[in-house]
Design a protein around this ligand. Structure first.
Ligand code: ASP
Length: 336
């Protein structure tokens, strides 16, 4: 469904927010009302920081469980959690029993028995949260799974994009770089067309999928040809950790053909916003001059990440899904 113009001045659709999924794995888990609701809440958190402490009496426990490296996502979830008044646990996967071979399933059940209400999981394995959807041990948020999805990054990017341009209908965003390995790119390709924004995936053909993921997305290998018709640039990190040798050979030519530099921007007479989810390979995807320039939105994305994640955590903790943690009760009942 394409929803043309974002309406941030409307009331939250309470029913849809109450039906918010207990496992947020992908953008496709959300409907447009829920996404709009998150945008409204995130805006509220940003504009009225004094209203941030939502949880005062009962203070839910939120854990970060990151099985892959992270700076931005992990700290932003931690800060969002504490600003809301929740208690925060940094579950250190590296020193946990996961390293003794315990499954994630057992680990999460254990953490649920200890009273953890919500866990943010990052993993190198795609679709790792799918198996928990039927009977979630606790509320779960995907903090990035392999090459599959990074829904909270895409949502905070949308929030930032809408601050620059409140009506995305008919606008065109170029997502440039290592598209086949990018979970951020995948989430954006699902999310932005819901707001009428056209997406063009760009990069060397080895970095592009064989077919566009949906009818609102096109593919191109010629950045300079397309530059004139683009409203926003979204640069992706080259995912070195997911490459075989042939992938790394491509990188030598990458910045010449696809790197965003001030020179390239000036050549096309462009002064449009440039996004990057971070971390940046400086001098490859974008150069230092771009980072220092007013076009660069990376730090805005980081700032807004807190408000969007506060919105997501609040909504998930407030949904009253009876199936969450029910394995606990069922076991007890069958013993009585
Ligand atoms: N931080 C983002 C992620 O975890 C982007 C990246 O690492 O390239 O997917």
């Amino acid at each position: 469904m394409i929803y043309p113009v974002i309406r941030l001045n409307i009331p939250l659709n309470e029913r849809e927010m109450n039906n918010f999924p207990s496992v947020l794995e992908a953008i496709s888990d959300l409907n447009i009302d829920q996404i709009e609701g998150l945008l409204i809440l995130a805006r509220k958190f940003k504009e009225r920081p004094s209203d941030s402490t939502i949880f005062t009496n009962h203070r839910p426990i939120v854990a970060n469980s990151f099985l892959e490296n992270s700076t931005r996502t992990k700290t932003s979830f931690a800060i969002a959690t504490t600003k809301l008044g929740c208690r925060y646990i940094d579950f250190n996967a590296e020193t946990s029993s996961l390293k003794k071979g315990e499954t994630l399933h057992e680990t999460l059940r254990t953490l649920s028995c200890q009273g953890i209400d919500l866990c943010i999981i990052r993993s190198a394995e795609s679709f790792i949260l799918s198996k928990f959807k039927k009977s979630p041990p606790m509320k779960l948020i995907n903090g990035g799974d392999g090459t599959n999805q990074h829904p909270t990054q895409a949502l905070l990017d949308l929030f930032t994009l809408l601050e620059v341009e409140p009506n995305l209908k008919g606008k065109k965003i170029a997502i440039i770089g290592d598209c086949i390995h990018s979970r951020v790119g995948n989430s954006l390709c699902e999310l932005l067309p819901m707001f009428g924004c056209k997406v063009i995936l760009m990069g060397p053909k080895e970095f592009l999928p064989s077919f566009p993921p949906n009818q609102h997305v096109t593919l191109s290998t010629d950045l300079d040809k397309e530059m004139g018709s683009i409203d926003f640039l979204y640069t992706l990190r080259i995912q070195n950790e997911r490459h075989t040798n042939s992938g790394s050979m491509l990188i030598d030519n990458y910045s010449k053909d696809f790197g965003i530099t001030l020179k390239r921007m000036n050549k096309h007479g462009l002064n449009i916003p440039i996004f990057h989810p971070g971390p940046v390979n400086i001098g490859i995807e974008i150069d230092q001059e771009i980072i220092n320039s007013p076009y660069y939105m990376g730090y805005e994305q980081v700032k807004n990440s807190i408000f969007m994640r506060m919105a997501i955590i609040t909504t998930m903790l407030q949904n009253n899904d009876k199936s969450v943690g029910s394995f606990n009760e069922n076991r007890l009942q069958s013993k009585l």
